[in-house]
Design a protein. Structure first.
Lengths: 267, 429
């Protein structure tokens, strides 16, 4: 983690893409106070130019901008590289669902107005890297609910409708009462054929979909914030590698004809 | 004119003509008729119904009544050259079905009409038979009876049909008024729906700035020594941004205001334009359209209902934005000019402009060049109505030859309260 006193060449560089000049200045001020170097752009194309010229560590982008929006920028960045630089989207209006944004590769979506310190926390968090992120100490008190699911097969190996993994978390097709977005809970996945707990983690509900919508299934998108089983090292080796080329959290598109297996889950 | 209205008026006019013909034919059989009666009747029938259709009001009943009175008197005088009682008597009875139809519930009205028709028929038959025998003893009773009963029946039926038609016409008109009001409302809601997203954007963006700046100012004050200059500048930003939010919300409030609460009054042009810009800013931004607002003098006012003027201007700017978005230059401009009597808003855009062929139709209801699902096609027609209701006009500007691609809309509004005291409410309804 950097701080405000660190020499400028050591600082991580955040690119702030926002068409409202004052808001852009305020966000930059916030990040600079937190020890980041900042670059500014007022539209997507401008941001892409900066990214092409300089190594940018993280991009914070507004969605609605007259000269080129944030979603297009996100797609352009992700088409070049799946994870770097990570992109945090900020929006004042529901232009895109959080599920869609994360499926397109955004690490986080902030709805304006947001708590300034949460933005900084999210930026720091995003820059930590998967392993460090998953190794953060977590207390059990941070969990609001528990969900246990028996899965048919390793979701990293087969396309599954039940559980779909991205590099930051997973989509869980869930027929029971859905947790609320923003809540943190304990998720435990057990393989049907085998006694082992496949994954045991603390997750933050990034978004929920209370009704199936076309090919999109009912369920929730969950960001993994801490691992209990396996260890972060093991996760990064076993699951993380398989996931590394995927988007942040999948949006839960039905992959194949619905499986006959029953979802054993409870809160 | 819609088909059903045409059809009904045609039907009723035919009835009148039939009635006139029947009467004249009846008289013809008695060799008392003259061609001029027939021609006059036809002309009068057409005239009265044209008047009825044109006015769409109770006055048309009076016109038709007057027509019958004159016609019957004429017939009486020409046919008998005596003071026979058929004309005046039937004329006395004629308004009855009309009044009954206008005032009573339908069934009772029909019953009354039937009674009156019967009475008329009997009266007409007995009287004419008697009188005609006095004039000419050779005339046979049955033929007189039949022809004059026919005539009376035809007349009364026509009148009943006519008044029914008028009754229906009035009902249709009030229904149309209601529908127009509903459409106006739905157009307003459609505009609001489109604005809603923009408003959320226009409020939440400044709110994000306020949240950030207040938080930052607090931290700057905690520092030792506190960075007072920066805090000052941040707070100034917060203040201005709060005003910006206020403009947007005020604008939205004005637009949604019920027409009764929206009294015509002198309104500041600058306030209105600021609110309109606030409401449309997001849409313009989304389409990458630049908005130029000519500097407005702070004291410029127009006398109108602010909500309605805003609705018109928002509609014009949104249309302009849609048009400009398709052009390479992408700009919309708002300009205001005034003289002693009038204030003129001019909204221009860089779009392709309204083709010459469409210039006559763009203000018609349901006319739209937008694809289905985009726009109701009522915006401009309602806007023009609102402009007129406020004692003003809304028209398409004439493009200059050098720059014929520019489309310009001109909204003219009075600067002072009209002396005639236009009842805006009634005119809109």
């Amino acid at each position: 983690m950097t701080d405000a006193t660190a020499p400028s060449h050591n600082r991580r560089i955040a690119l702030v893409v926002e068409d409202q000049e004052r808001l852009r200045a305020a966000i930059c001020f916030e990040l600079e106070e937190a020890g980041f170097s900042t670059r500014e752009a007022d539209c997507g194309p401008e941001a892409l130019k900066i990214i092409a010229m300089e190594k940018i560590d993280i991009v914070l982008s507004d969605i609605r901008m007259p000269k080129g929006g944030g979603v297009e920028l996100l797609q352009a960045i992700r088409s070049r590289n799946v994870h770097t630089p990570p992109v945090i989207l900020m929006t004042a209006f529901a232009d895109i669902t959080i599920g869609d944004a994360m499926d397109k590769g955004a690490e986080r979506v902030f709805v304006k107005p947001f708590e300034p310190h949460l933005l900084v926390e999210a930026v720091r968090d995003t820059l930590l890297g998967l392993k460090a992120k998953l190794a953060r100490p977590v207390s059990a008190a941070q969990s609001n609910f528990e969900i246990e699911v028996t899965i048919d097969a390793d979701p990293t190996a087969d396309a599954s409708n039940q559980l779909q993994f991205g590099r930051g978390g997973f989509f869980l097709a869930y027929n029971d009462l859905l947790p609320k977005p923003g809540e943190q809970g304990h998720f435990s996945f057990t393989l049907k054929h085998g006694p082992t707990v496949w994954l045991d983690c603390l997750g933050r509900v990034a978004w929920t979909r209370s009704e199936a919508d076309g090919s999109l299934m009912r369920g929730c998108g969950v960001e993994i914030i801490a691992l209990l089983t396996p260890t972060p090292e093991e996760y990064c080796g076993r699951i993380g590698r398989a996931m590394s080329s995927r988007m942040y959290i999948p949006c839960g598109t039905r992959q194949a004809p619905p499986t006959t297996s029953k979802l054993h889950s409870g809160r | 004119m819609p088909f059903d209205k045409d059809y009904r008026s045609l039907f009723s006019t035919c009835c009148y003509l039939m009635g006139a013909s029947a009467t004249v034919l009846g008289a013809e059989a008695l060799s008392y008729a003259e061609t001029e009666i027939f021609v006059a009747s036809c002309a009068m029938a057409v005239l009265s119904f044209t008047a009825g259709i044109a006015t769409k009001r109770v006055s048309s009943l009076i016109i038709t009544d007057l027509y019958f009175f004159l016609w019957m008197t004429y017939c009486t005088l020409v046919l008998y050259r005596s003071d026979g009682i058929i004309g005046p008597t039937t004329s006395l009875f004629e308004p009855m079905p009309v009044l009954a139809l206008a005032l009573l519930p339908r069934r009772r009205a029909i019953a009354w009409t039937a009674v009156v028709i019967l009475l008329l028929a009997v009266l007409a038959a007995s009287n004419t038979a008697k009188e005609l025998r006095e004039i000419d003893p050779n005339i046979q009773w049955p033929s007189t009876f039949v022809s004059w009963t026919c005539a009376a029946l035809a007349l009364s039926t026509n009148f009943a049909v006519g008044s029914l038609y008028l009754r229906q016409l009035r009902a249709t008109t009030s229904q149309q008024n209601r529908m127009t009001q509903q459409l106006q409302l739905s157009e307003k809601f459609a505009a609001l729906g489109e604005l809603a997203g923009g408003v959320a954007h226009e409020v939440k963006n400044p709110l994000a700035l306020i949240t950030l700046r207040v938080d930052q100012a607090r931290r700057l004050l905690d520092k030792t020594p506190p960075d007072i200059d920066r805090v000052q500048s941040f707070l100034a930003e917060v203040l201005e941004t709060s005003r910006q939010i206020n403009d947007v919300i005020t604008g939205l409030n004005q637009m949604t205001r019920q027409s009764k609460a929206d009294e015509a009054s002198p309104i500041f042009v600058q306030t209105i334009v600021n609110s309109v810009v606030g409401l449309c800013r997001d849409k313009l931004d989304r389409h990458g359209v630049r908005l130029d607002v000519a500097t407005l003098s702070a004291d410029a006012t127009v006398f109108a209902r602010s909500g309605q003027v805003m609705q018109v201007l928002v509609n014009l700017v949104q249309n302009a934005c849609d048009a400009a978005a398709l052009s390479p230059e992408k700009w919309v401009s708002i300009e205001f000019r005034q003289d002693s009597a009038q204030g003129v808003f001019i909204v221009r855009d860089s779009g392709a402009g309204v083709p010459l062929a469409l210039q006559g139709t763009i203000f018609e209801p349901f006319f739209t060049t937008k694809p289905a699902g985009h726009g109701t096609g009522l915006g401009l027609s309602i806007s023009r109505k609102l402009a007129v209701a406020n004692g003003g006009t809304l028209q398409l500007g004439t493009p200059t030859n050098s720059n014929s691609s520019i489309s310009t809309f001109i909204l003219t509004l009075p600067r002072r309260q009209p002396k005639t005291g236009i009842d805006v409410e009634e005119k809109v309804a």
